[in-house]
Design a protein around this ligand. Structure first.
Ligand SMILES: Cc1cc2nc3c(=O)[nH]c(=O)nc-3n(C[C@H](O)[C@H](O)[C@H](O)COP(=O)(O)O)c2cc1C
Length: 186
């Protein structure tokens, strides 16, 4: 049984970003895969306090909804980090989670995580050059690798005036399918 966690950093449960995530999920929809979605906007997740308690204990000292996410990441095969682009970066909802992932890094910079957890960034944006966003997720993927996460890929599209427009983008849809298959091919 494969387990995939979706961390939705968009405040919209049915917005552009989750529409793109749903296209990825379609290719993972089988009895051998468990897919669990967290809508971060409705969860109680504090910002990292930099207390470094996690370095000694291996767990975050803040007891909030992030503890649910830690438990699921621990036995997940892949994690989808989904976010709209907000001011050239991920949303604050998702960034709060990403900062709290520092709890996986031990004092000697090794990781508490079991290896090879795949990371997929799924994002949508309004306009501008896509390269500025892909390079941002490239940096984030490399940072997550430092924390002990595995290989990463990015799926991103922009300028959607309405969600149905996504269904006309055959290249994006086939890329979404490939990304779902890649996530399961652990
Ligand atoms: C606060 C805010 C900041 C945004 N910043 C950017 C930006 O820097 N670049 C961009 O291309 N789009 C930006 N957008 C547009 C969103 O990224 C875009 O509409 C996205 O598809 C929304 O996804 P959602 O429907 O999942 O919320 C911004 C939107 C908001 C609300």
């Amino acid at each position: 049984m494969k387990k995939i966690i979706i961390l939705n950093g968009s405040p919209h449960k049915t917005g552009n970003t989750m529409a793109l995530v749903n296209e990825v999920s379609k290719s993972m929809d089988n009895k051998e895969t468990e897919i669990k979605t967290y809508n971060l906007n409705t969860m109680k997740i504090s910002c990292c306090q930099g207390c470094n308690a996690c370095k000694k204990t291996g767990t975050c000292a803040i007891k909030d909804d992030m503890q649910l996410i830690y438990d699921d990441i621990d036995d997940a095969d892949g994690i989808i980090f989904a976010t709209p682009i907000y001011i050239y970066q991920m949303s604050a909802q998702l960034k709060a989670v990403v900062d709290r992932l520092v709890a996986y890094m031990k004092e000697d910079y090794s990781s508490y995580l079991s290896p090879n957890k795949k990371v997929l960034f799924v994002s949508t944006f309004g306009g501008g050059d896509i390269v500025q966003y892909t390079s941002y997720f490239d940096l984030t993927g490399k940072s997550l690798k430092v924390l002990g996460f595995g290989e990463y890929k990015t799926l991103i599209t922009g300028g959607l005036r309405e969600i149905n427009e996504l269904l006309e983008r055959s290249e994006v849809l086939s890329e979404a399918k490939e990304m779902g298959e890649w996530l399961l091919n652990c």
